[in-house]
Ligand binder design. Structure first.
Ligand code: ARG
Length: 461
């Protein structure tokens, strides 16, 4: 019965309908090891405060170790009557240590300060794992960039040819957001490391247990400043969900590039067989499913965030059972990224780029028109006029089926007296790339610096 945790004032046990609705063991079971770690720290605090003698403490710690072992080997499993993981673990402790000793552990703590602490411990550990997976993806992008440091491609805005850029530059543009995501995880850790243990149900502890000792043993930082906030807030959980959603979004934008590049029309990239799929009916098909799943999972990650935020909106202080709904969304976000990131990294690492085709298309669509204008500005033509002249040249070339460097000297002069044959030297992809040497620009020297910067920045994290 529910007696173990809260049966005292009830004359009837819970209805089966309530039990079915209320149960959370199917998802909070994975918090078990964190719960037991918290219990060991709590037992030590109880003993320091004089509520357990040395012998009782030792027997309590031994019983908790035995319980952890049984939990990990699966011999300790949830029962139909267990409301949640905390409930089940108290049952397990009492079975090992007896009701006398086992019944002492709960003094001075509540499931409310426990769960607020345990979810942080879970997220901190998985944030580390996700951070490592992100690093591997950034490394894979960096390796591809390193291999394509001198490969030009059409740079686009509005998906239209805009100006030539280096493939390495474009690839690195997908790496930097992931570096910021890593930095977000690092910044988040500071807030996530505050320790709610000791806040009790909402009003704080009454037994003089040392919350600093518990926090330290759990690897957390200072205790939370306000016991109501400690048990009622989940912004730290929502912030984690946001970071995972942002990672999903950043990856989905790269995924969309890859999907587009792998089409016959683009033909910029080939996927490795091991990281693409076939069709059950069309024998010729090779599909970018990993990229598509990345794009799809981004929606799921955003959904987890918005679901959680919606749960929190307007919730009165302090603890409400609604808060039990915080766990499944972030557990799902963690599991989603821990499966998605390695597959995505494998796909990126094995991409084969059709650099010849990318280079051939780089100057097409009059993508060097800005270089005409820049060339005129360097000759002190006001940019407004230079833009006009370059536009007129584009129109002339389009009408006469010429590229920008192909008109004769006379034809240039007819477009504008400022235009001479010397402009042709500026109208190569190489010259265009080299000229964009401003900070963060696509000039080969700048891109090489950028790659070195990325490597150094990532090493700091
Ligand atoms: N299973 C609960 C949760 O996840 C633990 C806290 C329960 N507290 C309570 N007062 N019922 O939020």
């Amino acid at each position: 019965s529910a007696g173990a945790l809260w049966g005292g004032r009830f004359s009837d046990g819970p209805s089966p309908e309530l039990t079915r609705l209320s149960k959370s063991t199917h998802f909070d079971w994975q918090l078990g090891p964190y719960d037991i770690a918290g219990s060991k720290a709590h037992a030590r605090a109880l003993s320091v405060a004089g509520y357990l003698d040395a012998d009782e403490l030792q027997r309590m710690l031994d019983a908790l170790d035995e319980l952890l072992e049984a939990f990990l080997d699966g011999s300790f499993a949830p029962l139909e009557s267990d409301e949640d993981v905390h409930f089940a673990l108290e049952r397990g402790l009492i079975a090992i240590a007896g009701p006398e000793l086992g019944g002492k552990l709960r003094a001075g703590r509540s499931r409310n300060d426990q769960i607020a602490t345990l979810v942080r411990l879970y997220l901190l550990e998985h944030a580390t794992a996700i951070g490592h997976l992100l690093l591997q993806l950034i490394d894979a992008i960096g390796a591809q960039a390193n291999e394509h440091e001198n490969s030009p491609m059409p740079g686009r805005t509005h998906l239209q040819h805009a100006q030539p850029v280096l493939l390495a530059h474009h690839l690195l543009a997908h790496a930097w957001p992931l570096v910021r995501d890593l930095e977000r995880l690092r910044d988040w850790r500071v807030r996530a490391s505050a320790s709610p243990y000791g806040a009790g149900a909402l009003a704080g502890g009454a037994l003089g247990l040392d919350p600093v000792a518990i926090a330290t043993e759990l690897g957390l930082g200072a205790p939370t400043e306000n016991s109501i906030d400690a048990t009622a807030s989940r912004d730290v959980v929502a912030e984690f969900a946001y970071i995972t959603a942002q990672i999903g979004i950043d990856i989905s934008r790269f995924a969309e590039d890859i999907i587009l590049w792998a089409t016959r029309e683009f033909d910029f990239v080939r996927l490795h067989d091991g990281y693409s799929t076939g069709s059950s009916i069309m024998p010729q098909k090779k599909n970018p499913d990993i990229a598509e799943l990345a794009r799809g999972k981004a929606g799921r990650l955003v959904g987890n965030l918005t679901g959680l935020l919606t749960t929190l909106k307007g919730l009165p202080l302090a603890y409400n059972r609604d808060l039990q709904e915080d766990k499944e969304p972030v557990f799902d976000s963690v599991e989603t990224l821990e499966v998605l990131l390695p597959a995505f990294t494998g796909m990126v690492a094995t991409l084969r780029f059709n650099t010849e085709r990318m280079a051939e298309l780089a100057p097409q669509g009059f993508s060097l028109a800005t270089d005409v204008a820049d060339w005129l500005v360097r000759r002190h033509v006001p940019f407004r006029e230079a833009h006009e002249i370059s536009g007129a040249l584009v129109r002339f070339c389009e009408e006469n089926d010429l590229e920008l460097h192909e008109p004769s000297d006379e034809q240039y002069a007819a477009v504008s007296p400022h235009l001479t044959g010397e402009v042709r030297a500026a109208l190569t992809v190489e010259a265009s790339l080299a000229s964009r040497s401003g900070v963060g620009g696509t000039a080969p020297a700048r891109v090489a610096e950028q790659l070195a910067l990325l490597t150094a920045r990532v090493r700091e994290l």
